[in-house]
Each structure stands twice: as C-alpha cells, then as structure tokens.
Ligand binder design. Structure first.
Ligand code: ZN
Ligand code: ZN
Length: 337
C-alpha cells in the first residue's frame, strides 16, 4: 500500500508498505479519505512529531476490510470513522469515561502511525459507524466535526441566541453550522474580507472582528476559535451580561488582558469556558455518535467544508495549495479511492 511517511521536519515521502493483518481486538480499515488538518501542516513543516518516521493523518474514515478472529465479522463492509485517541484506560479520566482528558494517551497520526495511507488497523473500540449513504469524504470530517460539536455544546445555545464565532477555519465554520442548527443567529468574524468568503457561502452574516471592540456587546455566546490575545479580548468585549465565552483556539502565545477587559468578565458575570477534543463513549454524552446522526440526517452542509481533494501521489500539490494563505479554504483532504 501507499503511505506518506514523515522522516523529519519538511521531509515527507511517498512510500510503499506491507498491509498488516489486524491484531486481536482490531479491524483493518480500507481508508477512503483523510483530512489534512492545520495541525498536520504544523507537524510536517514546523514542529515535527514525537518520533520519526511517522505517518500523519488523524481525520479519517473508511470501510472495514477485515477483522481479527475475536471481532464481530458482521462489521466487514461497514463504513466507519475512527476516534484517533487511544486512551490508557487506567488514569482517573479514563475511569470516568472522559477519554478526551486522558493523561497518558496514544494518538493516530502523531504518536502512532495514522491514515495518510491506504489501510490502517485500528481497535474496534475506536470505530464510529457511519450510515452507508453518507459520502466517505463527509465521514472523514467526523473528527473535526466532533471537536466542533463538543465546543458548540459548551456554549449552551438556546433558540434565538445571538452567537458570534471569531475565526474562519474549518472548526470555526463547523461551530457556526452547529450553533445555527441549535437555533442560534450566527455571525462569523474574521480579520480579512477574503477569509470571510467561505462563511458567507454557507449563508452566515460575516463581519470584521475589529468591529467587536467598538460596538456594544451584542452576543449571548461568543466562540474564540483563533487562539490569539486580540481575539480573546474581542470575545469578552462582545459578550452580553450573563453570556458565555468559549475558548476554542489553540493559543499562539501568551495572553494578557487589559484591566478594562478583565473587568467585563466580572461586571457582566461572563461565563468563560474551555473546550478540548470530544467525548467518545462518555457516560452521558458521545459527540461522535451525535455527529454520525447529523451526517445521516444531512441538514449540516458538511460537503461544503471540503475545499479540495488530492490523491496520496499529489501530496506536494496538496501541501503547496494548503500552505498558500492568499486564498480562503477550510479543509483539504486526501482521497484514496
Ligand atoms: Zn485535526
Ligand atoms: Zn487515561
């Protein structure tokens, strides 16, 4: 099979590898599509990963091709995405079924080889079954969709809420879609007019995020999906008394708030909440199952979030396209068949 193997920062190679049979408790997924996350771009071109070589790719879906002897044979042929986190099952978080905060996890595509490949063996526990009529590319959005749905739920959105999303990446746009689906009136904010085009194409009102600093607070819930000091300040300033700020964006640097902005958290009694990853097989909540149901329903325009697809052979073109920041884009994706 073909794989893309990362040998060092900036050194990713198309290689051949033998397909391995699934180990006990595993299924072999024939990968149909794998999203190219901005965290993959950072891993490949800036930060590297835990060890080299590593096959990136944590946003994937495929069809079950084979199962180990101890796994239910009826899974063969089923479409599925995969929770890419491999929990330790022993830490306090895992004992509470809150795997997203596991303190000793492994991860497909960073600590373990991932799905920039034609096949990947994964534990049956990690499978998230997807209805057959859902496009495999949409199914491959399960991971960012589950992360986005997890964040959106933290906003406690009610029918008619004014909702702002600061940030125009795939996660920001998916949060906007889920918030609208929950009855929110959603505006997406960004710093450049060009970056707002995908939001407008999805039917959202859009605005310059600088405007949030000067107008009266107009939002019940604000999602900060950029990860900058400026965007966090804007999120707080835009939030009404009693409203919520959800911190989503991974921080790009240190954060410092002006005294005036900090006062707003107190005086407006703003609820400031963080979000991380997604729930999978939780006691009360399973973002992945919810995402699978939303994909089956078809009310969320997931397919519009996929900007362009590439084969594994076209990897150079794919990374050139995604690293060119002059054009707006949400998700690039490798498609294997
Ligand atoms: Zn990702
Ligand atoms: Zn754990």
């Amino acid at each position: 099979m073909k794989i893309l193997n990362l040998h060092g920062v900036g050194d990713i190679r198309l290689e051949e590898r033998q397909v391995e049979a699934p180990a006990p408790g595993e299924v072999l997924l024939k990968i149909g599509a794998c999203g190219i996350c901005s965290s993959d771009e950072a891993r490949i071109f800036e930060t590297g990963t835990y060890h080299f070589p590593t096959v990136p790719g944590h946003e994937f879906a495929g069809t079950v091709e084979a199962v180990a002897d101890d796994v239910d044979k009826s899974l063969i042929g089923r479409k599925a995405s995969c929770f890419p986190l491999l929990p330790c099952m022993e830490c306090p978080s895992c004992k509470k079924h809150e795997y997203e905060t596991c303190s000793n996890y492994k991860y497909f595509g960073s600590r373990n080889d991932g799905a920039y490949a034609e096949y990947l063996a994964v534990p049956v526990w990690n499978l998230n079954l997807i209805e057959d009529h859902v496009d495999i590319k949409v199914a491959a959005l399960s991971e960012p969709a589950a992360v986005s749905l997890h964040a959106t739920k933290k906003g406690r959105i009610k029918e008619g809420f004014d909702v702002a999303v600061i940030g125009t990446g795939a996660i920001g746009l998916m949060i906007a879609c889920f918030a609208r689906n929950m009855g929110g009136k959603v505006t997406v904010f960004g710093r450049r007019a060009a970056s707002l085009v995908p939001a407008e194409e999805l039917g959202f009102a859009a605005g310059d995020s600088a405007s949030l600093e000067t107008s009266d607070p107009a939002f019940d819930t604000v999602f900060e999906a950029v990860g900058t000091n400026q965007a966090m300040s804007q999120a707080i300033l835009a939030t009404r008394p009693g409203g919520s700020v959800v911190a989503v964006g991974n921080p790009h640097g240190d954060f410092a708030l002006s005294k005036d902005t900090y006062w707003k958290i107190l005086r407006r009694q703003i609820r400031l909440v963080g979000t991380w990853n997604s729930t999978f097989k939780g006691d009360t909540d399973d973002d992945w199952k919810d995402v699978a149901a939303l994909m089956a329903e078809g009310n969320i325009p997931f397919e519009k979030l996929i900007t362009k697809t590439f084969t594994l052979d076209e990897y150079k073109e794919a990374f050139d396209f995604l690293r060119d920041k002059s054009k707006p884009k949400s998700r690039g994706m490798f498609v294997m068949d």
